[in-house]
Design a binder for this molecule. Structure first.
Ligand code: SF4
Length: 481
């Protein structure tokens, strides 16, 4: 096995793995949120230093890593099914090693080894830098587990190895963990307390991406609005920081401005926001910079104040409306999407109607809607009975999805006849003669390829649409191209 030579860059250096020779293959499968997919790129970078190439051919794998999600029961069942499949392969290839990463690994810890005999290694989201040691353990025939949650790990010094990339858009993680204790959510238990990444390390990664030809970054965190850099450490300890550290602190609006100024032609998106933490200066900063996209993913989860309280969402529906009004006043054409949970414990028809009426008020561009799935260890699981019958959950979910479909179609039709800037990300799934890309509002647009190419910013005249996609004709390059 060959040793790796580190080539450090200026500022808070990103360690870029340079391999002399690799002789083992890593096959990594990721599930769940964008944070997990971004973490898998960190894992690919760290394992590259241990002599692993990443492969997308399962049959060539020496090590299989599954980056798991625990947000709903279904997500965990999906992982268990995949492990069954790998079990069959391992029977033929006994030297094959299998590891589980991510939130389910953190939730189950050693129990995972007992429940899934095929698993050799269990690694939590904050322990990926320990992978070299853990891989050595399993190479020597022992099981390996590290699920320690960290107070300061942000992987800010690790340069991700881009996986399944289109070469145009990339994720850049800016915070880890979450301090909000929404009663239905496992994230605070599986990803720990909030800590933010050094702004210089973020800007270095964005500059590096621009140099490599990427044209859009999404700044990632479970709760980006809560970003606060004051020299490292947990957000909750900010009060203990020195006066100087507090005065020099960088919040999310300031970080957005720094990134926008660092690469004025790079499109900037961010996800995920939280209504209780979003501030007006974030919205004003979005309006101030053309390269910050006019789109906000703003989960609400319910439209009922009684249910919001039971979910420990620290805002009312009225406060949410105020935020929506402010967004629409400051950025009139802002695209807004939602997360919604239906059938939360004790939810009744009146609560459900409140959710529908909130959706009528906001008229979202699109959303991610799910029936409540009780998660072990959460406050809701410990304190509340999952008392809404499945068939009622299903019926309410169908009503919410149906209403969202109407609003999405209404929103998308409003673009017809307009000419909008689109960043070309790749060929359309449906036609090789067409490009697909997205508008600033995060709406997908498809149009004939003509002389344009991937990575171009083009102006597209929107001529028709489906319920989720704009169809148009490119009329020229954008001035941002
Ligand atoms: S804000 Fe709430 S729902 Fe989102 S990750 Fe944090 S605890 Fe979970």
């Amino acid at each position: 096995m060959e040793k790796i030579i580190d080539e450090s860059k200026q500022g808070s250096a990103l360690r870029t793995p340079t391999k002399i020779q690799n002789n083992r293959n890593l096959y990594i499968e990721s599930y769940g949120c964008q944070m997990n997919f971004s973490d898998s790129e960190i894992v690919a970078s760290i394992t590259a230093q241990e002599g692993f190439n990443t492969t997308d051919q399962l049959e060539n794998a020496d090590l299989i890593l599954v980056n798991t999600c625990s947000i709903r029961e279904k997500a965990e069942l999906t992982v268990r099914k995949r492990l069954e499949k790998f079990n069959a392969i391992k029977k033929e290839r006994p030297n094959l090693k299998v590891g589980v990463l991510g939130c389910m690994a953190e939730r189950l810890k050693h129990q995972f080894l007992e429940e899934e005999k095929i698993v050799d290694m269990v690694v939590g989201p904050d322990a990926y830098k320990d992978l070299p040691n853990l891989i050595q353990e399993i190479d020597e025939g022992r099981n390996a587990v590290n699920v320690i949650l960290s107070k300061d790990e942000t992987y800010g010094d690790v340069a991700p190895v881009r996986l399944n990339t289109n070469g145009v858009t990339a994720f850049v993680s800016i915070t880890r963990g979450c301090d909000n204790m929404c009663t239905f959510c496992v994230v605070p238990f599986t990803r720990g307390r909030e800590r933010s990444r050094d702004p210089q390390s973020i800007i270095n990664e964005v500059n590096d991406l621009w140099d490599k030809g990427f044209k859009e970054v999404t700044l990632l965190g479970q709760n980006v609005d809560s970003y606060l850099w004051y020299g490292g450490g947990l957000k909750k300890d900010f009060g203990k920081a020195s006066e100087m550290e507090q005065a020099m602190a960088v919040n999310f609006a300031q970080l957005l401005e720094k990134v926008a100024l660092a690469q004025p032609k790079m499109r900037i998106r961010f996800s995920t926001s939280n209504p209780q933490d979003m501030t007006l200066d974030v919205i004003h900063t979005m309006a101030k910079f053309d390269n910050i996209c006019n789109y906000i993913h703003l989960p609400v989860q319910s439209g009922s104040n009684r249910i919001l309280k039971a979910m420990n969402r620290l805002h009312t529906r009225e406060e949410y409306f105020e935020l929506i009004d402010d967004i629409r006043k400051i950025i009139p054409d802002c695209g807004i999407s939602q997360d919604m949970i239906t059938g939360f414990p004790t939810e009744n028809e009146e609560d459900h109607r409140d959710t529908l009426s909130l959706m009528e008020y906001v008229r979202y561009d699109y959303g991610f809607m799910f029936a409540y799935s009780e998660r072990p260890g959460t406050l809701a699981e410990r304190k509340l009975e999952d008392d809404v019958p499945q068939e009622i959950k299903k019926r309410r979910l169908a009503e919410i999805i149906d209403l969202q479909r109407q609003h999405s179609y209404e929103r998308i039709k409003a673009n017809l006849g307009k000419t909008q800037e689109v960043l070309i990300e790749g060929p359309s799934k449906k036609s090789d003669a067409h490009w697909m890309g997205r508008t600033s509002q995060n709406t997908v647009a498809v149009f004939p390829k003509e002389e344009f190419k991937i990575g171009d910013f083009v102006m597209v005249e929107m001529q028709d649409c489906t319920s989720a996609t704009l169809l148009g004709k490119a009329v020229g390059y954008s001035t941002n191209n």
